[in-house]
Design a protein around this ligand. Structure first.
Ligand code: GLY
Length: 581
């Protein structure tokens, strides 16, 4: 970083840190006019059963905000807006204004809604923008810093959600403004995350940010974000124009110019959320509602469940080797299709109907061998790749008192996205450009490969794995499900659905059970550390290569119980928490 910025960083960080110490004493205030949320003292609630309405999200304060909004008359869409905005403040690693997401809903009048506010490639993007003169991918360019950012979609998504909400944005955004302006205390996990990214924040920012202070963060410190509060106030005043035009847009474009990024005023002004047609299919007498392209999640879930449905998984039992092998082989075949066939359907003819057709799935299953692993190179061609575990997307599951269900997955892509904060505006930019295939056969940060279907093109949306999902039983609301986790998202959702539908687990048991993941390439089975050693030995004997890894997903589920109670669970792998009434 330039010396001048390094010194300003330190001076402004000192000022911020003085504020940080002063805030808790000065502002022992609660957010929301009519609710009692204390941002300086809160606890995680991992699961609970509520009578009417509930929220499960990655942060206790965000879930409390969503539940409070429903209690003061809002519906599930109001809660969706308020919870997302609160997450943008209290969960900086993935909650966002500078990213994008998908919202999937079923209203109590049975209307299905799929809002796509995935980021887009800027107009100046082109297929080879991350390649050097010899045509080799330039490591990190699509992952960190200004050029990694796609045009953000989150605020356009919130704008597209507002017609379904009951309360005005002015009210829905206020908790987020208060949390940013007066601060909230950090959990240990969040303090550690900020410390771990400190060097990257210093490297990829041109101006000081609230995320860096002279000393390390620790649990109980208060994070105050005045620039983010001012951005939220502009959105409160002007709506989406407060982000895509005027001062905030000027800040974004100035940031791009300082850091050699390519997002322009026109890119911002032209960004629009899209309305998609949800993917609806059946699994063992349940109706599953999934998200279509540019998510790969709905198709992958339909393919994997389609391949598995003919097998009596319940009879085999949870983590029985037969059941696990079937799931791995279904994952392998579906992910091979992802690499070849999936991308933004506005730009590439994704053969959705073919991919989920039972006859096609039967064909894909032809070389399945119940005694051994099917090598990935016999399924389709591709190159080996590495796999990393930075998967900072986040999911919110909501149900309201009328039975409207909302499932939202939203993302910056990596942990704190591109690590670049928009100077003056206080929010992080995504590094979603890495979800494109920067070159056929070259792996992205999740080890996923792709080809022409997901090649970069101006204004195109990059392929996503986000899998917000809804399930109906007897045409009544049953499950609201979703998770972060990069390419592991569809397999986490799949295993959660199977844990509930086939293995009769409760919502909490289903999400907290150990998970595994196969994505065709690399040809390995990733397993969480608590997967039973005996299962691993069995799989190895069948020829599977096993790689232990960290957590898979942070899944949030709501299950509607027989008399309408909302069994609500938040993943134990993070600070996730539920709230409701
Ligand atoms: N950035 C993760 C995804 O969209 O799949």
């Amino acid at each position: 970083m330039h010396q001048f910025f390094r010194y300003s960083f330190i001076i402004i960080s000192l000022v911020l840190s003085i504020q940080v110490v002063a805030q808790p004493e000065k502002n022992k205030r609660l957010i929301c006019a009519t609710c009692t949320i204390n941002p300086y003292k809160y606890v995680q609630v991992k699961s609970d059963t509520f009578q009417k309405a509930s929220v499960s999200s990655a942060h206790p304060l965000a879930s409390l905000v969503g539940a409070a909004i429903m209690k003061q008359g809002g519906n599930a869409f109001d809660a969706a807006i308020a919870t997302q905005l609160a997450l943008a403040v209290v969960y900086s690693g993935a909650g966002n204004l500078g990213g994008g997401g998908f919202l999937l809903a079923r209203t109590h009048q049975q209307q299905l809604i799929a809002l796509d506010y995935r980021e887009k490639a800027p107009a100046r993007a082109h297929r080879d923008m991350y390649l050097d003169k010899d045509g080799n991918a330039i490591e990190q360019l699509s992952k960190l810093g200004h050029l990694a950012a796609g045009v953000p979609g989150t605020i356009a998504g919130i704008d597209a959600t507002l017609p379904y909400a009951k309360l005005p944005l002015k009210i829905l955004i206020q908790p987020a403004i208060d949390l940013a302006k007066y601060g909230f205390v950090l959990t240990e996990r969040e303090a550690n995350n900020l410390n771990d990214s400190r060097a990257a924040f210093e490297q990829y920012n041109t101006q000081p940010t609230a995320f860096v202070k002279p000393t390390s963060w620790k649990a109980g410190d208060t994070l105050v974000q005045p620039e983010l509060a001012a951005t939220l106030e502009r959105i409160q005043r002007w709506g989406a124009k407060g982000f895509y035009e005027g001062t905030t847009a000027d800040f974004i474009v100035a940031e791009m110019q300082r850091g050699k990024g390519i997002i322009t005023h026109n890119d911002l002004k032209n960004y629009k959320a899209a309305v998609r047609t949800p993917l609806v299919f059946n699994y063992r007498n349940h109706t599953i509602i999934g998200f279509p392209p540019p998510s790969s999640g709905g198709i992958l879930t339909a393919q994997m469940l389609g391949m598995l449905e003919r097998y009596p998984l319940r009879k085999y039992g949870f983590h029985n080797v037969k059941a696990v092998q079937l799931i791995i082989e279904a994952e392998r075949r579906a992910y091979a299709d992802r690499a070849e066939h999936m991308g933004d359907a506005d730009f590439y003819p994704v053969p959705t109907q073919m991919l989920i057709d039972p006859r096609y799935l039967q064909q894909r299953w032809r070389n399945y061998d119940s005694t051994k692993a099917t090598p990935s190179n016999t399924i389709s061609a591709g190159k080996q790749s590495t796999f990393t575990v930075s998967e900072e997307t986040t999911h919110i599951s909501i149900i309201d008192a009328d039975g409207t269900m909302v499932s939202i997955t939203t993302t910056l892509n990596g942990n704190y996205g591109s690590k670049t904060v928009v100077g003056g505006a206080g929010f992080l930019l995504n590094n979603e450009m890495d979800d494109f295939s920067v070159k056929p056969g070259v792996a992205n940060m999740y080890g996923a490969v792709g080809g022409v279907a997901n090649a970069i093109a101006p204004n195109k949306r990059m392929l996503s794995s986000m899998t917000p999902t809804l399930v109906l039983k007897d045409n009544q609301p049953y499950l609201v499900v979703g998770t972060p986790g990069g390419t592991t998202i569809p397999t986490s959702v799949l295993q959660t659905l199977i844990n509930i539908i086939d293995f009769d687990m409760s919502a909490a048991e289903a999400i907290n059970a150990p998970k595994f993941h196969h994505q065709w390439l690399p040809d390995v089975v990733y397993v969480e550390k608590n997967v039973a050693p005996s299962l691993i030995e069995h799989l190895q004997a069948m020829g599977y290569s096993i790689t232990p890894r960290g957590n898979i997903g942070r899944t949030e589920v709501i299950r509607v119980l027989p008399y309408g109670k909302r069994e609500t669970a938040a993943d134990i792998r993070g600070d996730d928490s539920v709230a409701g009434f």
